[in-house]
Design a protein around this ligand. Sequence first.
Ligand SMILES: Cc1cc2nc3c(=O)[nH]c(=O)nc-3n(C[C@H](O)[C@H](O)[C@H](O)COP(=O)(O)OP(=O)(O)OC[C@H]3O[C@@H](n4cnc5c(N)ncnc54)[C@H](O)[C@@H]3O)c2cc1C
Length: 449
Amino acid sequence: MKKIIILGAGPTGLGAAWRLRELGYKNWAIYEKNGYVGGLAASFVDNKGFTWDVGGHVLFSHYEYFDNLVFKLLNNEYLEHLRESWIRIFNTWVPYPFQNNIRYLPKEAIYECISGLLNVNGNSKHSDNFHEWIMNTFGSGIVKYFMEPYNSKVWAYPLHEMSKDWIAERVSVVDIQRVLKNVIFELDDISWGPNNKFIFPLHGGTGEIFRRFVPYIKDCLYLNKEVVGIDMKRKTVMFADGEKESYDCLINTMPLDVFIKKAGRVPETVREQISSLKHSNGLIVGLGFRKKIDNSKCWMYFPENDNPFYRVTNFSNYSFNNVPYGDTEQFYSLMSETSCSDYKRADKDNIIEETIQGLINSGMIKEKDRELIISEYVMDVEYSYPIPTLQRDNALKTIQPYLESENIFSRGRFGGWKYEAGNMDHSTMQGVEVVNKILLNKDETVYTL
Ligand SMILES: Cc1cc2nc3c(=O)[nH]c(=O)nc-3n(C[C@H](O)[C@H](O)[C@H](O)COP(=O)(O)OP(=O)(O)OC[C@H]3O[C@@H](n4cnc5c(N)ncnc54)[C@H](O)[C@@H]3O)c2cc1C
């Protein structure tokens, strides 16, 4: 029976571990550098009693297997919400998606958006990059007011150097008849209809889902085990504590570029491809307030430049247990996400003050609310978004087949480096499916090159 080793206990590694256990496989182990599981989907409680995710995590449901697993793990301990998302622009709130609700904009901007749409050349299929694609799909007005500023803030990367092939279901496209109807008849066209629900753990934040894998896999789980090297010739993993472990088959979920750097004996033609794998960094700021929240919004997008963040989540609306004593009569919490990179610098030392000022500038809080802030929590996330650059797919098509020829399967948000398959459901399923591939010879459907 071959020995299977999993590196990293985030959603991907846990999905693989779950499937190995489910199949009754005996010879495997999972190693995690942190003292906890969950990776980017972990949650933390600060010293004032506020719970924080690593940025706003919302469970999107694409797979029955994943849904059943989450329901089993949470065992009815979850809350259900409508996905109520908004865009802050021109000092007003526009329901998401932007293009269907431009009636909230000033008249000149509505005109620019419609006139841009009328001039769209219908050529989105033939666009060469993401910037061209948004121009050819939404027209110059919508791009000017929302698509370009918002996406530049999220990706912290030049949009014309990004591919458009990842977009498929991520960006809702546009229907000019519907846009006109909504403007003329003053209709709200919102994304949170009856089927737009999401669930959130009752307590413990998003990370609770992944914590609940532990009792099932604890005999094979090793925490505080940082991988420092991989000897592909001897099929051995080296850890920071000096220990070694041999494998027949490796499932990697740490960032692919980091893995390649730690692995000896990788051909130069493969190694050089990692320069095409780009990522953004994330600065997550959690602010806990001694005050009751006064709205039901879930998360909000911020395209404008009077604040550093691209998104803010009303995190206390996800569960009352995200605030101290579960007391939402007295407390609420906001969690903001700011991206940075070599192309877009962020002032890490000042991010809390910039965030607070940005919340004031964008009308989220008032100047006098400063004194109600009783908790400030910052997370500096080195790997936040895997960027779909123009070169990414070719790089992956060189790296992944080589690794697989060495019995190494690299999967997950940064292990697989595909943003479009990089959410929690995709990642968990990538772990499940890669085990099916290794043991049952089944084709993968979530991670494909
Ligand atoms: C800001 C932000 C917002 C997000 N929002 C959503 C959302 O709304 N909905 C959604 O579904 N998903 C969301 N995600 C994505 C979600 O977090 C990922 O899908 C998921 O965490 C990826 O799981 P993974 O196991 O592939 O990677 P990770 O979670 O990164 O796990 C990898 C694991 O490998 C470990 N590791 C790394 N290096 C080593 C080493 N040398 N030795 C041992 N272990 C190592 C890490 O510690 C980590 O635990 C968001 C992510 C971010 C950053």
